[in-house]
Ligand binder design. Structure first.
Ligand code: SF4
Length: 703
């Protein structure tokens, strides 16, 4: 039927899912997307994965929120309440925009004026545009009056960013994904790009075909491992042991780049002394990789003309996530494998705009462009720009906000496009915290698990219903364009933020999204040279782009690092065990992550008909021998339990999952695996340990 229809317009935009940032074209008829095609963007050259190609009809789903909703007075909030989409109107009633917004403004103002400015907090979204992220953090900092603003970057690469800022002065990638084609050796560690960054994975596969040696290091054997020159299936939680052993080899065999170390770094002697105690022989039993393989991989990486490291959340989501990233940075620095095409460090960013949202200041310790809130000069600059005094104290991070709610110090929240009831660790605790708020306003396109705990729900616009800029994992600022009108009374997110700002006493007058972008770029040196007009004409511009007309630099740190001294810094790391180790009671390790077909908490992809048809049910991936040990067959229902909760779901046999571990995607509301995960934090990045906690498995479901 679709094939017979002729689109009445084609709109050029970008994919709403992962950080690869594929450019695409929506083909639209009668305000419905008929189909999507890949465009010749810098990151995808017409390629799209299954999500980009088929994951768009969520925008037309009958579950879309189309009217503001206010919780009924006789519908108390309970963290353990089970949502029934057919009985929503028993809990909420429809309202006009004025009624809903006035109620939000009155409640948030009352909390601020009664309990102080830090009693309010806001979570923005890595799915929103740069302009939405910028205005959201500006609203929290000026209208709420504190730095209690964060988003899901805290849950994905906060530790990587902490290590990168500390070590090389910038949290973004040094080289684009496409540089794998110029590298002789590529290490992919703690990442499963075939599933999570599929088009990026396709470039890696092409590079291998052309002779690049691929090293895959991961406790789970991914699809990419089939193409690897060497696959290091190290034991979960032993990254530092393995990486320090590689550095030990590089030091002992004289494979370091002495000129690079002398001319461009500080702290090498301390690092050298530290890795002395990490010989491959002593680390092999700890990490599970034999000493000869550790030696071979270290030599390959150090001696190639160009070696590149890409990593994902297998590295970052640990209590030692920052230490893991410190080791990767040290590897690159000691061998001089950075600052040239085909080298460098690339933390694969998760959501389509997690890079841009972080750049725009949607984090509690930094203003836009990573200018620290506790730096007097930076604060003065933004006080001048925004016309009011600002809180000098860094705000609370995602998990810290939940603790603060339970302690009674945070009492009101504004959540735009995030779903912490599903995505936060120890989700039962997070849901109880959200239910305990005096006032919660949620802005979203669906009645998410978080929205179900709200006092007021504001119906927002889906990705194809708005125009804005989005920054991909390669530092490419790209233009997303509106293809559809929002349904019913749903509104543009920028409009909603401004309406709340007005009710918090702010006097803003943005007539168009381009005016927000313009203000933003004048406060952010890294994108200062990118104009709206140029983005409209070219669709994508790489930063740093300091002055109008600059080409933008895909490869950075070629001669200097953006640190105070211009030099990068080695930071040694030692082994710190996971916060919760398996024991007799909970003998297995739970690893969480994503699936190819589903995205994050599933609110969009589970409402995309093709994607949901491919993967409709919650599954746990377990080694077949472990399934035998537990006494179940693939397809049987099993129950996973941790000290924090339990969920029942289907068992799937997967030989790539290590013995003693279980991998579960976190996108299924009916088996919300984050009820089991541990909220222990990395002390630097404040990222929770999603990649390791103790569980047990039993056959059968819950009663
Ligand atoms: Fe979208 Fe990422 Fe797939 Fe590209 S690789 S189509 S950006 S989900």
């Amino acid at each position: 039927e679709v094939a017979l229809q002729v689109p009445d317009k084609a709109v050029e935009s970008v994919c709403p899912y992962c950080g690869v940032g594929c450019q695409l074209t929506y083909h639209v008829k009668d305000n419905r997307i008929l189909y999507v095609e890949g465009r010749d963007g810098p990151a995808n050259h017409e390629r799209l994965c299954v999500k980009g190609r088929y994951g768009f009809d969520y925008a037309h789903h009958p579950h879309r929120l189309t009217r503001p909703l206010i919780r009924r007075a006789d519908a108390p909030k309970r963290g353990d309440a089970v949502m029934d989409p057919d009985r929503v109107m028993e809990v909420f009633r429809e309202a006009t925009w004025d009624e809903a917004l006035d109620l939000v403004g009155e409640r948030l103002r009352t909390i601020r004026d009664t309990h102080g400015k830090r009693a309010l907090a806001g979570f923005g979204s890595a799915k929103g545009s740069n302009e939405e992220a910028y205005l959201f953090q500006k609203l929290v900092r000026t209208g709420f009056g504190s730095n209690n603003v964060d988003h899901c970057t805290r849950l994905c690469h906060a530790s990587s960013v902490a290590a990168l800022l500390e070590g090389i002065g910038s949290g973004a990638v040094s080289n684009p994904v496409m540089d794998v084609g110029k590298a002789e050796v590529v290490i992919v560690i703690g990442a499963n790009p075939t599933v999570n960054h599929p088009v990026a994975a396709s470039w890696i596969k092409n590079a291998v075909k052309n002779g690049t040696k691929l090293i895959v290091a991961d406790p789970r054997r991914s699809d990419l491992a089939r193409l690897a020159h060497r696959f290091l299936q190290f034991k979960p939680d032993t990254d530092v042991a393995m990486l320090n052993a590689m550095m030990h080899v590089i030091v002992h065999e004289g494979l370091v780049d002495e000129d690079f170390i002398a001319g461009r770094t500080i702290g090498y002697d301390e690092l050298r002394r530290n890795v002395e105690g990490y010989s491959p022989e002593s680390m092999a039993p700890i990490c599970g990789i034999d000493a000869d393989t550790l030696r071979e991989v270290a030599r390959l990486y150090a001696t190639s003309k160009g070696s590149m490291i890409l990593w994902g959340m297998g590295v970052s989501q640990h209590v030692h996530g920052t230490d893991n990233a410190r080791c990767l940075i040290a590897l690159a620095l000691m061998t001089g494998q950075i600052g040239r095409p085909g080298t460098g460090l690339h933390p694969l960013r998760g959501q389509n705009n997690v890079q841009g949202a972080s750049d725009a200041g949607l984090i509690p310790m930094m203003y836009p462009d990573y200018q620290r809130v506790d730096n007097a000069a930076a604060r003065q600059k933004f006080e001048q720009l925004w016309g009011m005094p600002l809180d000098p104290q860094p705000g609370l991070t995602v998990v810290e906000v939940m603790h603060a709610i339970r302690a009674g110090t945070v009492r009101g929240m504004y959540i735009m496009g995030e779903n912490p009831a599903m995505s936060d660790p120890d989700a039962n605790h997070a849901r109880e915290a959200l239910a305990a708020l005096d006032h919660l306003v949620v802005q979203d396109i669906f009645l998410t698990e978080t929205a179900y705990l709200a006092d007021v729900i504001l119906p927002a616009s889906a990705f194809p219903e708005k125009t804005g800029t989005f920054t991909n994992t390669d530092r490419l600022v790209q233009m997303g364009r509106q293809a559809l009108d929002p349904p019913g009374d749903a509104r543009q997110d920028l409009w909603i933020i401004q309406q709340i700002a007005a009710r918090m006493g702010l006097d803003w007058h943005y007539r168009d999204v381009s005016e927000v972008f313009d203000e933003m770029r004048h406060s952010m040196p890294s994108i200062g040279g990118i104009t709206w007009e140029r983005l409209q004409a070219e669709h994508a511009v790489t930063y740093p782009c300091l002055a109008e007309g600059d080409a933008g630099d895909p490869v950075v740190f070629t001669t200097t690092f953006p640190t105070e001294t211009g030099r990068a810094r080695f930071v040694p790391a030692d082994i710190i065990p996971a916060n919760e180790r398996p024991d007799g009671e909970y003998p297995r390790v739970l690893i969480t992550g994503r699936q190819l077909e589903h995205w994050h908490t599933g609110s969009m992809t589970r409402r995309a008909s093709v994607l949901d048809a491919i993967e409709p049910d919650p599954v746990a991936l377990v080694h077949p021998l472990d399934l035998e040990e537990i006494g179940v067959r693939p397809g049987d229902v099993i129950t996973l339990e941790s000290r924090r909760g339990e969920v029942s779901l289907y068992a799937r046999a997967e030989e790539g999952t290590p013995r003693g571990a279980v991998f579960v995607p976190f996108c299924y509301y009916e088996a919300a695996i984050n009820k089991l995960t541990n909220a222990a934090l990395d002390p630097f990045g404040k990222i929770p340990e999603f990649k390791y906690c103790a569980v047990r498995i039993r056959a059968g479901g819950t009663e």
